[in-house]
Design a protein around this ligand. Sequence first.
Ligand code: C2G
Length: 142
Amino acid sequence: MTGAIAMIRVITFGTFDLFHIGHVRILERARALGDHLTVGVSTDQLNFSKKAKYPIYSEQDRMGIVAALKCVDAVFPEHSLELKESYILEHGADVLVMGHDWEGRFDDMGRVCKVLYLPRTEGISSTDVKARVAATQGGAAA
Ligand code: C2G
């Protein structure tokens, strides 16, 4: 008996500013849940509306970094948190993966796909990186 084997398409979202190992790990784990990973990278404007500040890296650079990863098949700009459902449908996603910092926030997407929240990597964040860089200011430049 022959038949097409359905490809499982995974989608996830994030800012991915000051790209670090926690970002790599969640993207690798998301990709391992299926056969294709699409990543919505939040725009500079969306960040400003969520956090009242702009990312350090531009949306073009953040998308370029994420797109260059072996575990990522496609990227697109995420303009609004409210468009999750249309992004999921547009990209034909079967699974939505979010970090557990978003636990519960997108449960209603369960009407169009499976929703999974994965644990974050401990001990690293873009905020920590910024703080560490700030702490080295005044030190000798290598
Ligand atoms: N992450 C992680 N471990 C860390 C830091 C981040 O697993 N130590 C994960 C987050 O849980 C998230 C992804 O990496 O799933 C991207 O994190 P952020 O860049 O902080 O994304 P955020 O600003 O939360 O944007 O639609 C939702 C937003 O676009 C998510």
